[in-house]
Design a binder for this molecule. Structure first.
Ligand code: URA
Length: 239
């Protein structure tokens, strides 16, 4: 990362950070570096003698409300990162995968790039579970279609598990579990079987389950056990 960007993690604006670098207030491994464009690991950068980022990764679980964008910044709308306090935001966590603006539920925010990559890469097959409310009565034929792999206009979805929780004439409720995460995929799969979605909420990413105590918009740090379970899922514990 550029040194001025790393220095900004101390709570400075980008232009204040640049000036601080040029003024010699910023060190990398204890040595003053005055080039704002120099590359530096933020864990090794200090501004006025204070570390900008504590060593170690951070892992945050967030219950995303509708209307919030899954991104680190957006010019117009609130993002998931806006929901965490500035001192955590400055450490640079990003969301793992994306939820659509109207979709709610579990978002994992982390600085751990390798874990993030593995959780979204189809290669590591981390399952994501969603609670879906859809129009019309779901039947076992729909569950069979999900299990067979639903053909969409540009690809055929990998087999997915559809667990019907309630089936009514107007609406049905189901849990769907899949390993892929293509654009609007769950919405498209339900629409393809004639049951457009009314609401979608992500409940689980691999072994990580949304904490029911978190109201929409609330977050908490992951426990050591949850972090370990995610790393085991992604075969990172053995490396
Ligand atoms: N599938 C969707 O259609 N939207 C999401 O946000 C996530 C999965």
């Amino acid at each position: 990362m550029r040194l001025d960007r790393a220095a900004a993690m101390a709570g400075l604006t980008r232009s204040e950070a640049k000036k601080a670098v040029i003024a010699g207030r910023v060190t990398v491994d204890g040595a003053v570096v005055r080039d704002p464009a120099a590359q530096a690991d933020p864990c090794r950068v200090q501004v006025d003698g204070a570390a900008v980022r504590s060593p170690g990764e951070i892992y945050i679980m967030l219950n995303k409300p509708a209307g919030v964008i899954t991104a680190t910044e957006d010019g117009r709308l609130p993002t998931v990162v806006d929901l965490i306090p500035p001192e955590l935001r400055r450490r640079g966590p990003g969301p793992v995968g994306r939820l659509d603006r109207d979709v709610t539920g579990l978002v994992l925010l982390t600085t751990d790039g390798q874990l993030a990559h593995r959780l979204i890469s189809p290669k590591w097959k981390a399952e994501k579970r969603y609670r879906a409310r859809c129009e019309g009565r779901l039947t076992e034929a729909d569950a069979e279609a999900f299990a067979a792999g639903i053909p969409l206009s540009d690809f055929t979805a990998q087999p997915a598990k559809l667990e019907i929780l309630e089936a009514g004439d107007d609406f049905s409720l189901a849990d769907v579990t899949l390993t892929e995460g293509k654009f609007h995929q769950v919405k498209r799969m339900f629409a393809a079987v004639g049951h457009p979605l009314a609401a979608l909420c992500r409940l689980q990413i691999g072994p990580l389950t949304l904490d029911e105590a978190l109201a929409p918009g609330e977050w908490r740090m992951l426990t050591d056990e949850e972090i370990e379970a995610l790393k085991t899922q992604c075969k990172m514990s053995e490396e």
